[in-house]
Write a protein that binds this ligand. Structure first.
Ligand SMILES: [Zn+2]
Ligand SMILES: [Zn+2]
Length: 152
């Protein structure tokens, strides 16, 4: 069972998480499609009230001027207000409301809502992601540090 990173309550199966993602959108079809190129599991919140309570803190930590940007081709960077083209990779902090279901035969995630809490232009935060690399390559487990025996 995981815990809320803010109030230490057990989060239960359904919780909110704020993930740092690298996103890019395509507007070729009628409904815009959001592609997540990379995602880091961020903070977990036990629920909406707990998240709302911490919004001022998040705004301070992420140095934001605004939150929940418009879902359009061009949107304002939430930190500096410069226009950002969502067709180019950008950093986003996404708020995910999901239920984690862990059954012996299956681990699934039911997503109730997924919205951008904040998006940042490349000048504020570099997407730091090589588009030539696939997401799979990016998800390689980090190297396990060798255990060094201490000589006394
Ligand atoms: Zn909480
Ligand atoms: Zn910016």
């Amino acid at each position: 069972m995981s815990q809320c990173t803010h109030c230490n309550t057990e989060t239960g199966d359904r919780n909110l998480s704020l993930d740092r993602r690298v996103e890019v959108m395509s507007f070729e079809t009628e409904t815009p499609v959001l592609h997540v190129l990379a995602s880091d599991a961020g903070m977990a919140f036990c629920g909406e009230p707990c998240f709302s309570k911490h919004i001022p803190l998040l705004i301070e930590q992420l140095e934001l001027k605004r939150t929940f940007p418009e879902f359009d081709v061009v949107a304002e960077c939430c930190r500096c207000g410069r226009l950002l083209d969502r067709r180019q990779a950008y950093v986003a902090f996404a708020l995910l409301d999901a239920t984690h279901q862990a059954k012996p035969w299956l681990k699934s995630l039911e997503v109730h809502s997924d919205e951008d809490f904040a998006i940042l232009c490349p000048r504020c935060e570099s997407p730091d992601f090589d588009l030539a690399e696939s997401v799979e390559e990016n998800l390689q487990p980090s190297e396990v540090p060798a255990v060094v025996a201490e000589s006394v």
